[in-house]
Each structure stands twice: as C-alpha cells, then as structure tokens.
Design a protein around this ligand. Structure first.
Ligand code: SME
Length: 188
C-alpha cells in the first residue's frame, strides 16, 4: 500500500481544492455543513437502499468538503472491516478490528481524530498524501455497521465541529437508509 502513489494520482490530487478549510472568499464551515444537510436530504428522500445511499454519501462529502484526499466507508464483516464505497485512491481492502485508525474507532465505537497520522502508532498508509484523518463509527439502531474514514493532505484538518456535523449527517443518513441484517453487528 505504501507504493500506491504515482504521477497521475498526484496530478489528480493537485487539481482538487487543497487550500484551507475556508478558502479566501469561500463559504464558512457552518455554511458548508448547512448545504450538505440540504443535499443529503434530497439524495435520500426517495431512496433507502444501503449501497446507493452510502455511495452517494461518500461522494457528497468528497466533492463538498475542502481539503480531502479520501472519503469512504469500511464495513463490518465478522471481526474485520472490509472496504466499502469510497472516493479517492484505491485503498487497503481489509482492516482487522483494532488495527489502524479505522479498527481503533470500530473497536472503541468512538470517533478518532488524528491531527498527524505519522504520530499515530499503527496508522495504516493507503495514500501517502494523507497527513490527518478522522474516523467515525457508523450505527443503525445502536448497532455498529462500520466506520466512515476521511483523510486530508493537511495536518490538523479535522476538529470537533467537523466531528459533530458529520456525526449528525451520519445519523440523518442512517435514519433514511434500510440496512440489511447481515451488515449489522450482533445486538449488545
Ligand atoms: N489510514 C487508515 C486506513 C484506511 S485509509 O486511510 C483509506 C487506518 O489507519 O485505519
């Protein structure tokens, strides 16, 4: 996984917005998340399919939030997390529960914000451009489904406002999505 970068993907990344969270003259963080709630509402109004909705969710975040190089899901499969819908470079396809940032968030069933991935013991490198990362557990009716992983080429890209806003978006997503039983962790 550590040798996945190449000129083409670096060029593609360079064409994305890699400025600050609030590019000069750009919308505020509050405005970005308000717009995201509206867009998500439209996307899930007439659609409850699990893969359709989480695929659109990953694409919505990746195309709307500044300064991301990867956004997507790892979905629970037994005691592993298997790569789900995402946007960004190809990534590790399977992460064991407890491994890396994703496995840590899944095991702890809690958000993990990593301001500098190089300082996180056991961080799994999927895109060498990543400098900071935020992983949020995803639940349906209080049962774990997997995690949402966001990566940024900027150190310290994610803060508690991002966490709270994206957790709220995930709740909205899951309220409007039917999740097949086999995707859910066993009830506690
Ligand atoms: N960095 C993650 C692996 C997934 S990729 O970043 C897409 C981790 O340490 O779990």
């Amino acid at each position: 996984m550590q040798n996945m970068s190449d000129k083409a993907s670096k060029a593609a990344t360079a064409t994305r917005d890699t400025g600050s969270m609030r590019p000069r003259g750009g919308p505020s963080k509050a405005a970005i998340y308000e717009a995201l709630r509206g867009e998500l509402g439209k996307l899930i109004t007439d659609q409850t399919d699990f893969l359709a909705n989480i695929s659109n969710f990953a694409a919505l975040l990746f195309s709307s939030l500044p300064n991301l190089n990867w956004a997507g899901f790892y979905l629970l499969r037994g005691s592993d997390l298997v790569l789900g819908p995402f946007q960004g470079k190809p990534a590790c396809s399977c992460i064991a529960m407890g491994d890396g940032v994703c496995g840590t968030a899944a095991l702890q069933r809690a958000a993990v914000l990593v301001p500098n991935v190089h300082a996180f013991p056991g961080h799994i490198v999927c895109d060498e451009a990543s400098q900071s990362e935020m992983v949020l557990p995803v639940f349906k009716d209080n049962r774990l489904i997997g995690v949402l992983d966001l990566d940024s080429p900027q150190l310290g890209r994610f803060d508690d406002t991002d966490r709270e806003q994206i957790e709220a978006l995930l709740r909205m997503l899951m309220e409007g999505t039917e999740v097949p039983e086999f995707r859910l962790a066993p009830p506690d």
